[in-house]
Structure formats: C-alpha cells, structure tokens
Design a protein around this ligand. Structure first.
Ligand code: ASP
Ligand code: MG
Length: 448
C-alpha cells in the first residue's frame, strides 16, 4: 500500500444513529485517500454486551439485552436498506448472536464472541450507508487478518501474523474499494474470536494501518481533538494542535479518554501520524500526533483517571533480598494485569492498577491476591484517582510555576516522577480529584 493511504476509525458516538453514520460517510466520500474504515459498535451496544458476559442476568433479562442491542441496529435500519449480500450476512450474524448470548453459561472464549457482535453489526450498516453515497464499499471481517493470542478480553496482537494476513486478504481489495471493517475484535490462531479490551477500536485502526503501511490514521470521535484537560471540568481547556508520540502515549495512558493508550504503539513503530478530530465538526481541525514535533518544554496537559486500586505489598524478607519485585511482577503478568505507577521502599512496594467500571473483566482477581498473599502482606485501597501532569522536560523546580509549590497544596497519597520527563503522576482521594485537576489547570495552563 502506498504510504499516503489513510485508515479512518469512527467511534461509538460517531456511528450511534443514522444521522451520525451519514455524517461519517460524507467524511469518507470527501477524502479519496481513505482506504480502510474501522468502526466501533454503535454507542451503548458494548455496554449491553458487557452485561450479558457478566452473566448476572437471568434468561428474561438476557432476552431483553439482546432485544436492546437489536433495537439500536433496527433504528438505524429504518433509514437504510441493506443490499442482499449485506442483508444475508446481517441475518446470519443475528442468529449467531442470539444463540450464544442466550446460553445459560459462557466460557471466556464465548464472552469474547458475545462482545464482538456490536462491531460486527455496525460494520454491515456502515458499509451500506457508504454505498448510498456512491462509495464502492465492501465489508471485511477483520478476524481474517487481526491475529492475536488467546488472552480473551484483553488479547495481545501478533504483529507479524497480522501483516502477513493483511497482505494476503486485505491489500488486494484496496485498489478498488473502500473497505469497512470492525475495531476491537480479532482472532487467535485457532480462529476463535478475541477482543482487545474496552475502547480497543482505536488500537485496531493503528494496527491495521501498520499492517498495510498506511500514511496516517484518523480517529474520529465526538471532540475536536485532545484537550489540555477534560473540557467538561474546565471551561478554559484548550485543544492541543500537535503532540509527540511520547506525550500522546502518556496522555492516553493517564486518562485523556479520547484515545486508547495502545494506539500510539503501532503508530510510533512505523512513524504513522495520528489525527484526532470530531466527526460532528470535521472542519474544526483536531490534534495531530506525530514523530517530529517542536517540543515545547513544560506541562501541556493535566489528566485524571478515577477508580484506581493501590496495592501495597510488604515483606520483611525484601530487606536486602533480591527477586521480590521479580516475583510480584511475574504473578501480575500471569494474570495479565498492567501496572501503572510503582514506588518502593526497603521492605515494601506500592503499585496502582486500573479498575475501570465498564471493563469486560475485573482487573484484580481474588486468585491473584491469594497468590501474592502467600509470600507478602497485601493491602488494597480503592477510591483513588491518578492525576497526571504531562508534557516535555518536566522539572519539579524552577521557573514561575514551581511544581513543588503547586503540589504542596494537595493531600497526595503517592507520587511518581523521574522515569520519564514527560509526566509527573500522583494519587489523591477520588472525592477531591476534580478540584485538584481544576486547580492545576488554572495555575499552570490558563496563564495568558
Ligand atoms: N465497542 C468497544 C467498546 O465500547 C470498542 C470501542 O468502541 O473502541 O469498548
Ligand atoms: Mg473510544
């Protein structure tokens, strides 16, 4: 594929209803460089699917959830009629969905199967909406190319296998079609459906761009780019026109909800620029994330991530011993747990994990705590928020905005700085975190 081609991804709110889908289709119609379109499930659908896989619903409730998912599709289909190739596929997919979603118990593999239907449905409909504008679009099942391991609910992509499969199955379609495919889902080497974790469609788009050697990825969402903080919290928050890969990765990881954190990985591996903009206001510009940016030193944004778990592990044996951290991280990695912040003292280590309320699987399982408990004392604290200041060449001291002074006003539970000059992170009580973010934004980012 030539490196001018574009992969465009539309998130759940961008494909929530017919009007939104039509607007997105116009963006594609106006831009002949877009070769692949990656869609999320229509807004609300994945949350219903998550309820199904949590397996707390009885049969009646499961029927109602299936009905709720289908209602979202049918409301869009009131405005557009599927061509027969798409109609047949849609009906088959519905039957598959009903069959697995109503099973009394689901294996972890079947959970991923259930979670996959939102994207599978929306991609049929979006293909048709593009066709109504005269775009020669074809629906493609991403499971044929996006290969992953078998860690259901949070699968790790196999970059090489994906590139090989994309060259074989996807590339030949790109000369004559706009290909519409699904975000969030993939398949393992046995052909079983897997998912990449909540919000994973952004990551899918970047992985596909990497696999076909695209020049850029467009992430179309409902905000005009990445802001200096959440604009709902600070009215003076400003969109950031350019970010480096490093800055964007930190922002996505530490709470700017606009982008799935892993998206930057494939993009920076291949130097693919990422654009984040609003499908409702495509002319208003957005944020460009690129390899080369004129790095402006200092803080550029403040983000927060609520629902953090702080895990403190204490062992007198750690004193002068080696291997304690290795043991802890081996266990966490066996449970596929990703750790964000880490601080250590002589006999203890504290680390933070994400506990997103809508995750398809809880981050910290009791079995993991039990295993850790076999060799150290474990304590778990909840209701914490991770606040992150992000930028370049961040220094604690110096200038007019001495960070030490700013921070001294807050009740900080844990603080991390130094592993990179791109962030300074700390934990505060969740109840006070909005005010902390507002105060930091006002002091450091609203100056004229
Ligand atoms: N539909 C999935 C979710 O809601 C993936 C995505 O939209 O990125 O998490
Ligand atoms: Mg998203």
């Amino acid at each position: 594929m030539n490196s001018q081609s574009v992969v465009a991804k539309f998130g759940g709110t961008s494909v929530a209803d017919y009007t939104s889908m039509y607007r997105c289709a116009q963006i594609i119609n106006d831009d002949p460089t877009v070769k692949v379109v990656v869609v999320s499930a229509s807004a609300g659908v994945t949350n219903h699917l998550v309820e199904l896989v949590q397996q707390k619903a009885n049969h009646e409730e499961r029927l109602a959830l299936v009905e709720a998912v289908m209602q979202i599709q049918h409301r869009i289909l009131e405005h557009v009629t599927l061509d027969s190739d798409l109609q047949t596929g849609f009906e088959e997919t519905y039957l598959e969905f009903k069959e697995v979603a109503l099973l009394p118990a689901l294996s972890t593999q079947q959970c991923d199967e259930v979670l996959s239907f939102g994207e599978r449905f929306s991609s049929f409909i979006f293909t048709q909406v593009l066709r109504t504008l005269g775009v020669n679009s074809v629906r493609f099942d991403v499971r044929n190319i996006l290969k992953t391991d078998s860690s259901f609910s949070k699968a790790t992509p196999d970059i090489e296998a994906t590139a090989v499969a994309a060259a074989k199955h996807l590339a030949p379609l790109l000369d004559n079609h706009v290909v519409v495919t699904q975000g969030f889902i993939g398949s393992d080497k046995y052909g079983q459906t897997t998912t990449l974790g909540r919000g994973g469609s952004d990551y899918s788009a970047a992985l596909i761009a990497e696999a076909i050697d695209a020049g850029s990825v467009q992430i179309w969402t409902d905000v005009v780019g990445i802001f200096s903080t959440d604009p709902r919290l600070c009215t003076k928050a400003k969109p950031i026109p350019r970010l480096s890969f490093d800055e964007a990765a930190e922002m996505a990881t530490f709470g700017a909800k606009v982008l799935h954190p892993a998206t930057i990985l494939p993009a920076s591996r291949k130097g693919i620029s990422v654009f984040v903009g609003s499908s409702k206001a495509p002319d208003q510009g957005g944020t460009w994330i690129e390899k080369e940016t004129q790095t402006q030193s200092g803080i550029r944004a403040v983000t927060q991530r609520k629902n953090q778990i702080l895990l403190t592990l204490k062992s007198p044996e750690m004193l002068l011993a080696s291997g304690f951290l290795a043991k802890i991280f081996t266990i966490l990695s066996n449970y596929n747990i990703s750790v964000d912040l880490v601080t250590t003292s002589e006999i203890s280590v504290a680390l933070t994990l994400d506990n997103a309320p809508n995750a398809s699987r809880p981050e910290l399982e009791q079995a993991c705590l039990d295993e850790l408990g076999e060799f150290c004392h474990v304590s778990v604290e909840n209701n914490l928020t991770l606040v992150a200041m992000i930028g370049s060449e961040i220094q604690l001291k110096g200038g007019d905005d001495c960070l030490v002074d700013v921070l001294s006003e807050f009740d900080i539970r844990l603080i991390c700085h130094g592993a990179s000059r791109h962030n300074l992170c700390f934990l505060v009580e969740q109840a006070s975190s909005d005010q902390v973010v507002q105060a930091i934004h006002q002091k450091l980012l609203e100056a004229a």
